[in-house]
Each structure stands twice: as C-alpha cells, then as structure tokens.
Design a binder for this molecule. Structure first.
Ligand code: GDP
Ligand code: MG
Length: 444
C-alpha cells in the first residue's frame, strides 16, 4: 500500500497548512518529515535529501508577491515531489500500432496486456492479444481467458515453442488496429531472455516495446529499467501493483531517474485497474489534494450521467445509491474514488466496501421496500426493518447496514465543499457528465 507514504506526506503538509505563521523550526520539521516519508517509501536516500534541501532553500527564500509563505511552502513541496516522480502526463497515441510487453517473471505482463487491450478498446480501437510466452506453463490459457473476458481477439499456438514464429503468424492472422504481444519472463535479464525478446521484436516489428515493472521492487526498478534499456531499447515503462506495496514512490522515482517514461500504472488485478500515469495527479493524490481530472476521466467512462448528477447534488434516493455503488465498482475500489475527490480519511471505511455479495443482498432488501420507503428511507421504523428483513430473506442487521451506508454517503455528499475544489474542473466535470442544474444544489 502506498497508504503509509501518503499518510506521512499528508500529515506533514496538513500540519503546516494548519498554522497561521511559519518559522524556521517549522520548516525544518516539515523538511525532515518529508525526507523520512520518502526514505520509508523506498525513495533513494540521496534523492530524498536533495528534495529536502530544495524545499528548505525555497521555503526560506523570497516568496512570490501575493502568496503567503505557508501556501508557497505547500506549493513547493508539491512541485518538488512532482519533479522526482516524472514530468508531464505522457502522450498516448490512439492509433493502430503493435505493442510488445517485456519484463521478468511475475511482473504483471499478461494481466497488463489485458488492461492495455481494454484501454484501447474504450478508445474505439479493435485489439488482438498474442500469446508469445512459450515458457510459462498455461501462459497460453491465461491470455486466452483474459481475451475472452474483455472481448479482444486472441492468437496463440499452443504447441509452438518458437515465440518469434507465433508473432509473425499473428501479424498475418489478426487484422486488429492494435496488436499486443505478451512475452515470457525469467528470474533475471539473462542472455536467453534477451535473445528471445530480440527475435520476437524482429518478427513482430513493434512500434512500442514496453517494460513492465512491479512497484514492489522499489528503487531496484532503476537497475532493471537500465538493463532492459541497454539490452533491448525499450520505449516506455508500465509500473504495476501500485496498490500492493509501499514502495511505489521508490519505483516511480527510480524509473524517472533512468529517463524511462512511465506511461501507465496499474492498481489491481482487474482489467480496469490501470490508468495513464501523471505525476501531478499522483502527487496530488499522495498529499491529498482533490484530483478531479482523474475522476472526470473515469466518470466519463463508467458513470451514467443522470446518476452522477444526482450524486453530486446529493439528491439521490436509495435505488440511485445502489446503481451508483455498482458503477463505482467498475471504476475500482470506491475508496480510491473518494480519495481522488479529496475526501480521503473522512469517510468511514465500511461505508465504502461495495462487495458484490453485499450488493446482491442490498438489492433484495430494496426490492422488499415499499415505494414510500424507497423515496424516503427515514420513515423506515424498527418494525418496518423487521418486515423488510423477512421479505428479503436477510436479517435486520443487513437492513440497518444498508441504511447506515446510504446515510453516510448521503451525508458525505452533502458536506461536499465545492469551494475546496477547483471551480473550473467542477463545472467541467458536470458538463462532461451531461449535468445540467446539478450545480444548483452546490450553490454555484
Ligand atoms: P507475468 O508473469 O509478467 O505475465 O505476470 P502476470 O500478469 O501473470 O501477473 C502476476 C501476478 O501479479 C498475478 O497474480 C496478477 O494478478 C498480479 N498482478 C498484476 N498486476 C497487478 C496489480 O496492479 N495489482 C495487484 N495487486 N496484482 C497484480
Ligand atoms: Mg505472463
């Protein structure tokens, strides 16, 4: 989990944000805390020290006109972190191309192949996945199943040991806009792997050779990226498993040091758990600033406009709530979404756990409610709870659980403070979602 890095950075920034005046002692403390947080997150020690030094110098120096020292310090922390996490958001070309994924065993190549496929499918391109991993047992089946799951074309030759041959045949057999070649890994980058990848590249002629690196190796990502770069001339990097380790900051800074451009990061095992990497958003999320741009993009893809509008204006009933929970599920864990909106930490965790089982139960419960109860759950008295539980084959605790969660989310949305968000983004968000009048409830 990146949570600990995030918590430490948030803590440091929040502390300074809560002060009315800052002195040298406060700045020193902040700088030390940030340095400790970065080192604990496996960021290279020298890099962490350099960042601390830069922040201190700027914080103690001249403050731009019209800005308080405190705000300037926060901005400096933000800017400095971005400077080590990678520059601008990368350009991802949405056009027909061939992509070869390379990396060591277990780095996440095959699952990433499916995630990339889904990404390009959503952009309207047809995608084919090619099984060029002839080493790992059942690699063929794994990719075949993923292809089926996401509705991508698939090409593989189960009995063929020569990956380059498969790559060549795939290019002839599949005429999709995008072709993604999955390849085999090894425990380390040895000559066998290098030769194999080179031969696949010769026959596939990929436009992009992307290295897949798991975030849990932390700053060791530097060595790995350099080795692959030198041996194979990779074009870009995808950092996987950002959800599963506290070393993500280390991996991202290490990649950036090698000048390998991180194009995507993955944050879970499902095909939709991938996003374009943008250091600005990443840092904003780490230190807890609202990240509406990411939300906007995800919302555009999955949330139905009418529901999104209702949710944002806190004018939703219990049925909308369930629909929203369901579409949120396909956006990834709800806690991520809430984090992106800058609510992180304020919402009880159990309000966010939208497991499928629970969702099914909740649907039964709602089906057992009367029209009046659905429109105004506040009228649901303890006797009504007993009736609803019986009618839906659940128990009273389940009914109360649903009502509690609904109330919590509703309360949270009501406390939604639009002034804390970037005004332009908020309006853009609603426009993109097709919202009209949704801002009324927010007083904008
Ligand atoms: P490969 O050997 O490089 O093809 O790696 P796989 O794609 O088979 O992935 C190895 C393991 O890592 C699988 O269990 C994946 O489900 C898991 N994995 C891949 N990406 C992520 C991610 O972003 N988050 C988490 N938590 N697990 C991941
Ligand atoms: Mg694989």
């Amino acid at each position: 989990m990146l949570e600990s890095l995030s918590q430490k950075l948030r803590g440091a920034v929040q502390k300074i944000a809560s002060l009315t005046s800052v002195n040298d002692k406060v700045i020193d403390e902040l700088v030390q805390e940030i340095k400790r947080a970065l080192i604990a997150g496996d960021v290279n020690v020298q890099l962490a020290e350099q960042i601390a030094k830069n922040i201190k110098e700027k914080a103690s120096g001249k403050i731009p006109a019209g800005m308080s020292r405190r705000d300037y310090i926060i901005k400096t922390v933000y800017d400095e972190l971005i400077s080590i996490m990678g520059g601008e958001r990368p350009e991802i070309s949405i056009k027909p191309k061939k992509i070869l994924l390379v990396g060591l065993f277990g780095s996440g190549k095959t699952t990433t192949a499916a995630k990339l496929a889904k990404f390009y499918q959503k952009k309207g391109l047809s995608v084919g996945l090619v099984a060029c991993d002839t080493v790992r047992p059942a690699a063929y089946e794994q990719l075949q199943q993923l292809s089926e799951k996401i509705g991508a074309r698939f090409y593989g030759e189960k009995a063929e040991p020569n990956a380059a041959k498969i790559a060549k045949n795939a290019s002839q057999k599949l005429s999709t806009d995008i072709l993604i070649f999955d390849s085999s890994g090894r425990d380390a980058l040895n000559s066998q792997l290098i030769d194999e990848i080179k031969s696949i590249a010769e026959s596939a002629k990929p436009d992009e050779k992307i290295l897949v690196i798991p975030a849990d190796i932390g700053q060791a990502a530097k060595e790995q990226a350099e080795a692959f770069q030198n041996a194979l001339g990779i074009t870009n990097v995808i950092v996987t498993k950002l959800d599963a380790t506290g070393k993500g900051g280390g991996a991202l800074t290490a990649c950036y040091e090698t000048k390998s451009k991180v194009v995507f990061v993955t944050t879970g095992e499902l095909p939709e758990n991938m996003e374009v990497y943008d250091s600005k958003r990443f840092v904003a999320r780490l230190i807890g600033m609202p990240d509406l741009e990411t939300l906007l993009e995800k919302a555009k893809e999955t949330v139905k406009p009418d529901i999104a509008e209702k949710i944002i204006s806190a004018d939703f009933n219990i049925e909308d709530f369930i629909k929203q929970m369901e579409s949120m599920q396909s956006m990834g864990p709800l806690s991520n979404i809430v984090d992106m909106m800058g609510f992180g930490g304020k919402v009880p965790k159990d309000a966010l756990q939208g497991h499928e089982d629970k969702m099914k139960k909740w649907k039964h419960i709602i089906n057992s409610m009367t029209k009046d109860e659905k429109a105004d759950p506040e009228i649901i008295s303890p006797t009504r709870i007993v009736r609803i539980a019986k009618g839906s084959g659940t128990n009273e605790a389940d009914v109360r659980d649903l009502l509690n969660n609904y109330n919590k989310i509703k309360k949270m949305m009501k406390s939604f403070n639009p002034a804390a968000m970037k005004r332009g983004n908020m309006q853009q968000l609603l426009r993109q979602l097709g919202g009209r009048g949704g801002l009324k409830g927010l007083g904008l």
